[in-house]
Design a protein around this ligand. Structure first.
Ligand code: GSH
Length: 214
């Protein structure tokens, strides 16, 4: 298996955690999202992922994009240890929380969106950062409530075991800190994130631990 990744990509980090958690041997191909005008736009990478986004995962002669599709693929091909609960309702809740981050928060802070706000729309860096904080804050507010309803409020988002939702939470919290969002309104998420970062699958795959980190 080969993961196309960028050290600071929160979507790629989800997959790095999954590969580590499941102990799946793999290589990593760094794709620099800024250098050379963005290597995600190169012809060779477009061949791997026509969406020109990281991550992408190559396995067995095929390449997949979209981190959540990749996570589901890894879960189905390597079910042990699982990151989806055994019951249908539990799975739906975990997917609800993962998608709340992956569909409704992360896309609004992706670099191509922020670049478009700057040019051609003419927003300065201050308002752009404000935009990011606004959307992350809104997403975390609902996630905090969901964590209280479905989790233990201290270790995991759902029930008392690791799930795909946690794989989305930690990278999102990292980005919230990067943009200096006040995290005091989200004590359950802060506690869960702190616990997750004690797990080797999270700590060893964090952005700063990547070979392409700057
Ligand atoms: N929904 C996609 C999002 C992927 C995504 O937005 N990747 C970002 C990095 S986190 C990227 O490649 N950005 C490059 C760009 O904006 O040009 C997924 O979950 O894989």
């Amino acid at each position: 298996m080969k993961l196309y990744s960028y050290w600071r990509s929160s979507s790629a980090w989800r997959v790095r955690i999954a590969l580590s958690w499941k102990g799946i041997p793999h290589g990593t191909v760094p794709v620099h999202l800024v250098r050379d005008g963005g290597q995600q736009h190169s012809e060779s990478y477009r061949e791997a992922n026509p969406q020109e986004l990281v991550p992408a995962l190559a396995d067995d002669g095929r390449v997949f994009g979209q981190s959540l599709a990749i996570l589901e693929y890894l879960e189905e091909t390597h079910p042990d240890p699982p990151f989806l609960p055994p019951d249908f309702a539990g799975r739906a809740v975990v997917r609800q929380m993962a998608l709340a981050v992956a569909c409704d928060v992360q896309p609004l802070q992706n670099s191509r969106v922020l670049n478009y706000l700057r040019d051609p729309l003419g927003l300065a860096d201050g308002p752009v950062a404000e935009w990011v904080r606004h959307w992350i804050g809104l997403g975390l507010r609902s996630l905090e409530e969901l964590a209280r309803r479905h989790g233990d409020g201290t270790n995991y988002l759902h029930s008392n075991s690791l799930s795909m939702a946690d794989l989305c939470l930690a990278p999102q919290m990292y980005n919230a800190r990067r943009y200096h969002l006040d995290l005091r309104p989200y004590p359950a998420l802060v506690a869960i994130d702190a616990h997750l970062m004690t797990l080797p699958a999270f700590s060893t795959t964090r952005p700063e631990a990547q070979p392409d980190a700057e």
